[in-house]
Ligand binder design. Structure first.
Ligand code: AMP
Ligand code: ZN
Length: 109
């Protein structure tokens, strides 16, 4: 938990979100500024700033995030979809707590 991290606050329930899924390791919620008709974020509860900070110790967590993307996309009725993780400021990352984007159903105008 990082005190000034928005995704830690969402995981702790101190900031509201449109929650889709939660278990002991991850939370999943709809993006507040959706770039597609369906756009949700798969977020580990542990505060990890970027993919660059991950080691082999995070291997199963990262795999779990990918498999959850497929499971939740199917539950949302998405036949095809995109997954994306922005890494570092130069990679377009704005929130420095890792998250996997899932986009489906076409771009929002
Ligand atoms: P990134 O550029 O990969 O760091 O993406 C951060 C994403 O978090 C953006 O798509 C934002 O719209 C989204 N976001 C920021 N604050 C919130 C929030 N309070 N609830 C849901 N999504 C958020
Ligand atoms: Zn955090």
């Amino acid at each position: 938990m990082s005190a000034d991290c928005i995704f830690c606050k969402i995981a702790a329930g101190t900031i509201p979100s449109k929650m889709l899924y939660e278990d002991e390791d991850v939370i999943v919620f709809h993006d507040i500024r959706p770039l597609a008709k369906t756009h949700f974020l798969i977020v580990p509860k542990a505060h990890i700033e970027t993919l660059k900070d991950c080691t082999v110790a995070h291997q199963s967590l990262l795999g779990k995030m990918m498999l959850l993307a497929a499971k939740l996309a199917a539950e949302q009725g998405l036949v095809g979809y995109k997954t994306m993780m922005n890494v570092g400021r130069e990679g377009g990352q704005e929130v420095f707590h890792i998250h996997l984007h899932v986009f489906g159903g076409g771009a929002v105008a």
